[in-house]
Ligand binder design. Structure first.
Ligand code: UD1
Length: 362
């Protein structure tokens, strides 16, 4: 029996690993699959809620690293994960996404000579001021196997000299989770609980350092939301980073903007699928809205997920008043394209990953 460890750390990792865990259950005679949680995110709303929503087992190891500077956080994850690798002696490690826990654990396992895979490899925004871009490039440069969600990822990896046999276009494990949880989301009462009407509200999320750490930028964004909220209510689940920054602004938030705590996965999915549009600076939400066919305005000038713009429902806009209000107007005028589902975003990416890893390593 071989042992495989998948790492989760921050909120967007949970939905990428949950279906991988289920897929390896199909190979239980070969693999014992375990989840390691670094504890990069630790608030119940940012972490615990996802385990129950996604029917994930408790992590076998929890490192409890918490917050800190990039250097501190990365270093703590590395020290903790090295200890786990010593104890668990894994035969294979999977890291997902682009957060600090991703690169930290990849560095540890690759240096210990453990075969390591990156799920969601090859995505590039071209914006090196984003910490995630550095995490993606560094992780892809060192891992053994690279699992890719969209064609652009294959192109970037080829350009960076990755050999063809190491990269696999398998689709998107985040969309596997979306398919899995949709029946639960359909039953969620959150839209009703928040006194909203299907299709008659917009959903907002903002947490990128470039949008929320600078008080002037955040003030401008709240100002824009205040204008949008005149025509329809906005629900805004507030990330802890944003909440902290908002507290320093002492701004009056109008009634039309419903600020709520970060949500569990199922309720958030329910809010997304019934929204008239979503305004965000997240990476994953660009993909989820494309899969759901809901218009998405991304307040960023670049995206590492171009398929969501090319064939999905996403538009990129300058994170300015003119940029955002222009896109909202186009939605009101019915000018947004309906979009299509990208290739292999069919709910079976994790099964492909488990099958490929098993054929290479058993
Ligand atoms: C991280 C990821 C980002 C991802 C986001 C999703 C990196 C570099 N960034 O950003 O790619 O989109 O998660 O949420 O890994 N905090 C809490 N409770 C928590 C977690 C964080 O209060 O459970 C607060 C802390 O004050 C912390 C701040 O939020 O300092 C930022 O947390 P951190 O994990 O450093 O980065 P995120 O902005 O969450």
């Amino acid at each position: 029996m071989k042992r495989i460890l998948s790492v989760v750390g921050a909120r967007p990792n949970f939905m990428k690993v949950a279906p991988i865990h289920r897929a390896f259950a199909q190979y239980a005679e070969t693999w014992e699959h375990h989840i390691v949680h670094t504890g990069q995110h630790y608030d119940a709303a940012m972490s615990d809620a996802f385990f129950s929503d996604l029917d994930m087992p408790h992590p076998s190891w929890f490192l409890g690293v918490g917050s800190g500077s990039h250097a501190e956080q990365t270093a703590r994850v590395m020290t903790g994960f090295a200890q786990v690798c010593m104890e668990a002696k894994p035969d294979y490690v999977i890291v997902v996404g682009d957060v600090n826990s991703t690169i930290a654990c990849a560095l540890v396992s690759v240096k210990l000579g453990i075969p390591t895979a990156h799920v969601e490899a090859g995505l590039r925004s071209g914006d090196r001021s984003m910490p995630e871009e550095i995490n993606r490039m560094a992780t892809d440069a060192i891992v053994d196997e690279l699992f890719v969600t969209e064609e652009s990822g294959m192109k970037h990896l080829r350009n960076e000299g990755v050999a063809d046999h190491r990269m696999h276009f398998v689709g998107n494990t985040m969309i596997d989770s979306l398919h899995y949880a949709l029946p639960k989301a359909v039953k969620s009462t959150i839209v009703h609980d928040l006194v909203l009407k299907q299709g008659k509200y917009a959903l907002v999320t903002m947490h990128r350092p470039s949008n929320v750490d600078d008080p002037e930028q955040l003030r401008m964004l709240i100002d824009v939301l205040t204008t949008v909220a005149i025509t329809q209510p906005l629900v805004f689940p507030v990330h802890p980073r944003t909440r902290k920054s908002l507290a320093t602004l002492a701004m009056e938030i109008p009634e039309g903007i419903l600020m709520v705590d970060p949500m569990g996965y199922v309720d958030f999915l329910a809010l997304m699928r019934s929204a008239s549009f979503v305004l965000t600076d997240s990476g994953g939400i660009q993909e989820e809205t494309t899969a759901l066919g809901v218009p998405c305005i991304t307040a960023r000038t670049t995206t590492e997920r171009p398929v969501t713009v090319e064939i999905g429902t996403n538009v990129l806009v300058e994170p300015t008043k003119t940029g955002i209000l222009g896109a909202v107007n186009r939605i009101h005028l019915g000018e947004m394209h309906r979009g299509q589902i990208p290739p292999l975003w069919d709910g079976h990416a994790s099964e492909r990953i488990a099958s490929i890893i098993t054929s290479h390593y058993s």
